[in-house]
Design a protein around this ligand. Structure first.
Ligand SMILES: [Ca+2]
Ligand SMILES: [Ca+2]
Length: 262
């Protein structure tokens, strides 16, 4: 658009009523060829578009780079662009916060899925938002790391592992696989795919809750096909203030759950 305006500007030459500094510096005056008028207020205008009616025609000036207000509390330093729009920069928020009405705050936790079972100390919540998808939240008393797996032994299990930083609430949840007992690997490192979405995590005292959603069958060899019905699960948790992949020691359980609609 601005190229068209500038072309027009040079074709027209400087109107007599435009000052040299406007013409040469930060204001682009241009002529609207279609807008006819008798007075200024008949010309469409805006914060970044000053209109003047001259000899029956609307002329516009764009105060390029002039401060303006875009009405969005989550932007700062709004300025008029060369297109006559008011645009600002996003209000900088930390990694784990988003701007809501001008304030950086942690995004609200999603609702807990409606189906629930407690297998001490695990509380597992699940639901099926689509026939081929499951949403799961699970709570364990792990401050360093918690994990939920689908499988009957650690080796060969599809694992969802994560943690929450108690200082700033930043959470981490990702899609792992254990080739052998011991430190698991991210699926993507093994050549698989990261299949979790809508992840979230919160920590309340020593309780960590992680959320994730995924396809029941991701098609990834490093993920178990989750069934609507009986599934073998394993879960583990690690304590301590150092968050990250941590050996869980004896804090692990292998069991079965019946994941049905409720
Ligand atoms: Ca995967
Ligand atoms: Ca996996």
């Amino acid at each position: 658009m601005i190229e068209r305006l500038l072309q027009k500007r040079y074709q027209l030459g400087k109107p007599s009523w435009v000052s040299d500094s406007y013409w040469q510096n930060n204001v682009v005056p241009y002529l609207s060829p279609v807008q006819e008028c008798y007075q200024d207020n008949e010309c469409p205008t805006g914060q970044c578009l000053n209109a003047t009616c001259r000899l029956g025609t609307c002329y516009y000036e764009i105060p390029i780079n002039a401060p303006c207000q875009d009405g969005d509390l989550c932007t700062i330093d709004e300025r008029c662009t060369t297109d006559g729009l008011c645009q600002g920069q996003p209000l900088p928020c930390g990694n784990s916060t988003i701007c809501i009405d001008g304030i950086c705050e942690a995004p609200h936790p999603p609702n807990l899925p409606k189906c629930q079972i407690t297998i001490d100390p695990l509380t597992l919540y699940w639901d099926f938002p689509q026939s081929d998808e499951i949403v799961i939240a699970f709570t364990l008393p792990g401050t360093a790391m918690i994990g939920l797996g689908f499988g009957t032994t650690m080796a060969g299990s599809d694992l969802i592992i994560g943690w929450v930083n108690s200082d700033d609430g930043a959470f981490y949840v990702d899609d792992y696989y254990a080739v052998v007992p011991g430190t698991p690997s991210l699926d993507v490192i093994l050549g698989g795919t990261a299949d979790l979405f809508a992840t979230y995590g919160i920590r309340e005292g020593n309780q960590t809750t992680l959320w994730f959603q995924r396809k029941l069958n991701t098609g990834d060899p490093y993920d178990t096909v989750i069934k609507q019905g009986k599934n073998s699960i394993i879960f583990a948790w690690a304590e301590g203030e150092q968050i990250g992949l941590t050996y869980h020691g004896e804090n692990r359980v292998i069991t079965q759950v019946n994941l049905t609609r409720c």
